[in-house]
Design a binder for this molecule. Sequence first.
Ligand code: DGY
Length: 414
Amino acid sequence: MLARNDRGGYTVPTDRLYPFQWNWDSAFVAMSFATFDLDRAFAELERLAEGQWNDGMIPHIVFHAPSDDYFPGPAVWGTTHRVATSGITQPPVFGTALRHLHEAAMREGRTGLEEPTSALLGAALRSHRWWRKARDPDGLGLVAILHPWESGSDNSPAWDEALARVPTITTTVIRRKDTSHVDADMRPRDEDYGRFIHLVDLYRECGWDPAKQWATAPFKIADVQMTAILARATADLLPLAERFGTGAERDELVDGHGALTEGLDRRWRSDLARFVSLDLVSGEDVTAPTQAGFMPLVALRLDAERRAAIAAEFARWCEGVELGLPSTPSFWPAFEPRRYWRGPVWAVINWVVADGLRANGLGDLAASLEQGTVRAIERAGFCEYFDPTTGKGLGGEGFSWTAAAYLVLSGRRP
Ligand code: DGY
């Protein structure tokens, strides 16, 4: 599957629905390449870093080669980087992937990878600096998304209230291509697309300047999923900075890690037994239950009380469904088992959540989540996501990151 989606040092998430390089998809894919081809794994991150902007942002799409199969393409984004890219970002799994590759190189006794590792560490450090400056200017210890696409969970119920405040009017003419590749009932609605593109139009009019976007954004959410991934990646960069970086870079990571983990820690809601994001426009907690509430496990070590509470909540979400973890639980009114991020199960989310459960001493839950994911992929194939009520495959087929999750998680078989 990875070979099929290889376009020359980078993979597309899937053939026609997503015909370019996507940011966090590539980070997961790089970790899976490291199970059998370390050079190819490094190439994946290097090609992603070709898209990195001068200010440090790593965009969510790098348009290495043209394709008519996707909307919105480079002309809609109107960015000016030397390689065409989108103008928004995606979860920074990059640093975690880099550590993973470096450790694989150490295990294999490979030499000659010091230079690429050090160059990629530089890219990761610049990206983390951008995150904290551009997306946490008020120093909350939480990084914000300005577009639902940045979260990777485009039409999650977590964004419903905030997105309802964004107009559906666009200057760009919307020509959706996704619904010609995948059933419309498995994709976001037209109304969602109106709001998604409204935000793109607005930020393009800001010239993609981070400060102007921050001042203008009608959608601004300090996201616990994003912050958890950044905090974890920050911790993962530390041993690399110790080996390849300077003392100042090390200190910067320690400082960033402290701020982000404290920020996350404050987002625990004991009444809900999970972590919640903060809507920076309304000042309200985002209480709609989504997978994001469990993601901080990957960055924090919880005390016994919180650990027991979140384990019970996790079990409640998995009760009565064929396959966990649903992106929205079946007891929630917005649950739609087939529609993109409103219920379906995602293999890479399970991978991260399992890592978080294990890191918090919940190894049995982690193993059952991993093995459930592996079995679902064996039954349904490398589809984009899965119906939690049936375990059936949904969305696009032939997905790189589902293959990546399979390679990594099946290797953990007891
Ligand atoms: C899409 O186009 O569906 C993507 O999720 C945006 O990144």
